[in-house]
Design a protein around this ligand. Structure first.
Ligand code: NAP
Length: 306
């Protein structure tokens, strides 16, 4: 056991997956949960929390680890509410997809003697809510920590042990660098997927029937990403604004170059470009971050509905 009492604030995909993983590995003595709605709290109590509470303040009382697992825009108000109730020596971490805005919103509320170690698991699915979690979500996935310089070494080591115990690989990164990297690998690709699905939706010439009927892997994969939780992703774009706008600007420039190559019939340019991008996919597979099976290992025919 690494922590005697873990308080999960927010009980959706990430928190429920943490609870299942902690239970499976015996990493926490007691798991206490709080979420906004009584319905979510009831499901959490049934599926993965030892106890749920009616307020966030009650949940964190006596906890040696507090995990903020709410949408990024909700972190500051929660931190303000729980601050007077945090136990001396406790660690507070979060799982928010953006780090600078969370640090700005949460750090000012953390009392002396409590260790704040911001974090972000690079793992997820397009599903949300307390029923969507599973114990292996973090297996062989990166979990980035962005501790402030001078954070307590023992508290950091203890949190790292919990995360590796859940199967994650842990890395540390500067807050600003984290937000730029994530704008490249996650946030901007999500925006592009949302846009492409939006384009298909607006093209009345292609009836929605056809879009669904003929959706081949390219469009189908965009729709999976574009099905992600609207609240979470609204907050990501509102809070990682500068880095996303920087990467989108670069994306638009590249798109114009490819558009010109297509217009000019410059096959050589297109072929060289696609050869470079294919090598990146190979690198991801070699790093163990995705399957090498064709079409992500999907069955050749879609599974029948259960
Ligand atoms: P989720 O499944 O949508 O769950 C969000 C949870 O937060 C729900 O239990 C919700 O409660 C609760 N909540 C929302 N506002 C709240 C408030 N003001 N006070 C208390 N509880 C509140 O979300 P998730 O996917 O687990 O994401 C949680 C965090 O993890 C986000 O910061 C996100 O950026 C980050 N993250 C997500 C992914 C991903 O792929 N999903 C990956 C990495 C990191 P109710 O059910 O009662 O509304």
């Amino acid at each position: 056991m690494i922590y005697k009492r873990v308080a999960l604030i927010g009980l959706g995909l990430i928190a429920s997956s943490m609870a299942h993983a902690m239970r499976a590995q015996g990493l926490a003595g007691e798991i206490v949960g709080y979420a906004k709605s009584p319905e979510t709290r009831a499901v959490a109590k049934e599926l993965f929390c030892d106890r749920v509470t009616a307020t966030a303040a009650e949940a964190v009382t006596g906890a040696d680890l507090v995990v903020l697992a709410v949408p990024v825009g909700a972190m500051g108000a929660i931190a303000e509410e729980i601050a007077p109730h945090l136990a001396p020596g406790a660690t507070v971490t979060d799982v928010g997809s953006v780090k600078q805005s969370v640090v700005d919103a949460v750090a000012p509320h953390i009392p002396a003697g409590v260790h704040f170690i911001p974090g972000h698991p690079l793992a997820g699915t397009e599903y949300s809510g307390p029923r969507s979690g599973f114990a292996t979500l973090f297996q062989n996935r990166w979990w980035l920590l962005t501790p402030a310089p001078g954070v307590d070494g023992a508290a950091l080591d203890r949190l790292r042990s919990l995360l590796t115990g859940m199967g994650a690989n842990v890395d540390e990164m500067d807050v600003e660098h984290h937000d730029l990297v994530l704008a490249v690998v996650s946030h901007t690709p999500h925006l592009i997927a949302y846009t492409m699905v939006g384009v298909a939706d607006h093209m009345r010439r292609v009836s929605s029937q056809e879009v669904i009927k003929y959706s081949a892997s390219g469009f189908r994969d965009f729709t999976r990403i574009a099905a992600s939780d609207p609240t979470m992703w609204r907050d990501v774009f509102l809070t990682n604004k500068d880095a996303v706008l920087d990467i989108l600007g670069r994306f638009a420039e590249e798109l114009f170059v490819l558009q010109r190559a297509i217009r000019m019939g410059d096959g050589e340019h297109l072929h060289a470009y696609f050869t470079r991008t294919r090598a990146i996919r190979r690198g991801i597979i070699e790093a163990g971050q995705d399957t090498a099976a064709p079409d992500f290992g999907r069955a050749a025919t879609p599974p029948k509905e259960a």
